[in-house]
Design a protein around this ligand. Structure first.
Ligand SMILES: Nc1ncnc2c1ncn2[C@@H]1O[C@H](COP(=O)(O)OP(=O)(O)OP(=O)(O)O)[C@@H](O)[C@H]1O
Ligand SMILES: [Mg+2]
Length: 307
């Protein structure tokens, strides 16, 4: 196992507020690492430090075994960033954007033309070659954004919420493209607020809390940390009564946005859950497998936990 990116003990504060507080994470070569956590927890700050757009107050980042500080500007050639805010030029055509960023990375004209053709082709951008980027849909802009980040064939690709603000069809298409990159061995560090996206794309997931990684593992490893084999989601006209009943069976009950979720110690059928709760106040019950969302809320969420 080769470590592509080693982040060690990062500290970063803004105006006296500590955002990163000893953040450490290793990304292996060829894996897709998902960095998840609530708004403002510091995900983009980590990515910006790795891309040298921000300087840490303390800590170390090594890329392929070499400290960023030593690599200097050379590190930029090895990392591709698809930032949270779209960095494209709206008045230019897609291929002009690709050329621009290729030039920025010092590619020769011959290299640029070959790479632009290749990316226009593999990202299906050909039919949009005559459309200024500002007139492309959000989904196509984001696709181009991803292509731009790959222009200089980086060893590490950083995606900051790559499918935020795109529609369902565009999201599926972006997932397919990212899966293609993953399957061809690209090392990716990405953030997302969509747990289904992380579940689908990421080899491992790091859950962030209080400026550092609070839980790390493959999706099955994180699911195994949830104290339940399945989750029963309930709607009740009397939460207190339903909670008491659920707790009487030894189930852990979480309250999320008014909905009750019970972590079941073993797989129970819908009928068994309904029978166990047995009350007229329960208006809807579903039994589901534990998902990354349950693991996220259990490990770093701020649920009201009862039982
Ligand atoms: N340049 C800056 N100056 C001042 N404060 C900043 C700066 N950059 C980030 N912050 C603050 O640091 C905290 C972490 O921001 P960051 O953008 O890293 O969070 P995030 O986890 O990426 O959030 P989101 O999920 O909303 O993208 C926030 O409170 C943010 O306001
Ligand atoms: Mg962010």
């Amino acid at each position: 196992m080769t470590v592509a990116l080693a982040i060690e003990g990062l500290h970063k504060g803004f105006a006296g507020r500590q955002v990163l507080d000893g953040f450490s994470l290793q990304v292996r070569r060829g894996e897709v690492m998902g960095l998840l956590g609530p708004n403002g927890c510091g995900k983009s700050t980590v990515l910006n430090i790795v891309c040298q757009l921000l300087q840490a107050d303390a800590g170390q980042v090594q890329l392929m075994g070499q400290p960023l500080a030593q690599l200097g500007a050379g590190a930029r050639a090895r990392v591709g960033l698809c930032a949270q805010d779209c960095a494209l030029y709206p008045d230019l055509l897609p291929q002009e954007n690709l050329h621009f960023f290729g030039r920025l990375h010092g590619l020769s004209a011959v290299q640029r033309y070959a790479r632009v053709n290749e990316l226009m082709d593999s990202f299906g951008l050909g039919p949009h070659a005559a459309t200024r980027v500002g007139r492309l849909s959000g989904g196509w802009q984001q696709r181009l954004h991803l292509a731009v980040a790959l222009m200089h064939r980086p060893e590490l690709l950083i995606l900051d919420e790559p499918t935020a603000a795109v529609d369902v069809a565009a999201r599926l298409e972006l997932w397919r493209l990212i899966e293609g990159l993953r399957d061809s061995g690209t090392t990716i560090l990405m953030t997302s607020h969509q747990l289904a996206e992380a579940e689908r794309l990421c080899s491992r997931v790091a859950l962030m809390q209080s400026g550092r990684v609070a839980a790390l593992g493959t999706v099955p490893e994180l699911l195994a940390r949830v104290p339940g084999q399945a989750v029963a989601k309930l709607q009740s006209r009397d939460n207190a009564t339903t909670m008491r009943r659920a707790q009487s069976h030894g189930w852990v009950v979480l309250q999320r946005a008014g909905q009750l979720s019970c972590l079941l110690p073993r797989h129970l059928s819908l009928r068994e859950v309904v029978d166990a709760l047995d009350g007229p106040e329960v208006s809807a019950v579903s039994v589901q497998a534990v998902t990354l969302e349950d693991a996220y809320l259990e490990l770093v969420g701020d649920d009201v936990v009862i039982g």
